[in-house]
Write a protein that binds this ligand. Structure first.
Ligand code: DGY
Length: 325
């Protein structure tokens, strides 16, 4: 607690959506990293000292060293993300530190972006716009700028949680022939869209579009590797809106360069930001977005409010609206 008798919360960047920050201000003393960019590690270690709560994002590594730096008064870490691979969950649990995250509230935004990326990649929108702007548009042409449609296609979704299911519902409305999914356990929700559970290999060999929506955990680290890309159809389109770590990026670059697969649409990469000299930026058959899956105004505001509510609930020893168990 601070000298004012209020809990101290550290906010790791200055541009968190204000609605959540305002909620916290009413009850807590806030210290905020003054820049709209990730707080450098050494600064973060210094600034979290004495905090009872940390409001962080996926760019902040919350590990043993950081928890030690915060000290024994730390009760809660709340991240403005559904992904929590940046948090050492076991270490937090060991110390009785509660973890807040933001499931559900970004599902629609992320599913929308996944569809946007899928269509932009298959119908080559950035390439087409560039042609129109730079004089490549000489006349309407029957085979120019063509790409595969979703109607009649088989779509494979890896990870059939909230976001995978929301993607499936949207994809179905494009008159796809078949939706298949790969998930640890069968999901009853699949029935609603007629999605069929298959093996990972079946996803690879049968899908015209392969969409990665799974969390990054040890079992999914680089599941999309050289062998996986080689099993895909040569006409397949790969889309990733989960985490860059699910992909062996060198293998993907090779697959795109050699036309082992047709194209890829990536909202996530390794590392982030992706260095400007990455071969991915040079490939016409690859679209790279800067991790904007949840970046609808509504989703980001709700995520910020939920992050604040998680912190307040944990500090008051009550039920958190979204606690990572
Ligand atoms: C998440 O929440 O994990 C997304 O990747 C960013 O919003």
């Amino acid at each position: 607690m601070s000298s004012s008798g209020k809990y101290q919360v550290y906010v790791t960047r200055s541009d968190m959506p204000q609605c959540g920050i305002e909620l916290l201000k009413k009850q807590c003393d806030l210290k905020v990293w003054e820049q709209a960019s990730p707080c450098p590690r050494q600064e973060l270690l210094k600034h979290v000292a004495g905090a009872n709560g940390i409001y962080c994002s996926l760019t902040d590594k919350i590990d043993k060293e950081l928890l030690d730096a915060a000290g024994a008064g730390l009760k809660v870490v709340a991240t403005i993300s559904v992904g929590h691979d940046h948090i050492d969950v076991q270490e937090c649990k060991k110390r009785g530190i509660r973890i807040g995250y933001t499931p559900d509230v970004l599902t629609d935004a992320t599913a929308e972006l996944t569809l946007a990326l899928l269509l932009s990649t298959s119908r080559r929108l950035p390439e087409a716009q560039n042609e129109a702007r730079t004089g490549g548009w000489v006349s309407w042409a029957p085979t120019w700028m063509t790409g595969p449609g979703l109607a009649g296609a088989t779509v494979g979704i890896v990870g059939f949680g909230r976001i995978g299911q929301a993607v499936a519902r949207r994809v179905k409305s494009f008159n796809t022939a078949k939706i298949i999914y790969f998930n640890r356990s069968a999901r009853p929700e699949a029935e609603e869209v007629g999605a069929i559970k298959v093996t990972f290999d079946e996803i690879l060999t049968q899908s015209d579009f392969v969409i990665c929506c799974c969390a990054l955990v040890p079992e999914t680290k680089e599941i999309f590797n050289k062998t996986a890309f080689e099993k895909m159809k040569r006409t397949a389109i790969f889309v990733n809106t989960s985490r860059g770590g699910t992909v062996d990026q060198d293998a993907l670059i090779e697959a795109l360069q050699n036309n082992t697969i047709r194209a890829a649409g990536l909202d996530v990469t390794t590392p982030e930001p992706l260095p400007l000299d990455s071969p991915l930026f040079k490939l016409k058959n690859c679209i790279v977005l800067p991790h904007i899956g949840s970046a609808s105004i509504e989703a980001r505001n709700t995520m910020s409010e939920l992050t604040a509510q998680n912190i307040l609930a944990a500090l008051n020893d009550t039920k958190m609206p979204a606690e990572l168990k």
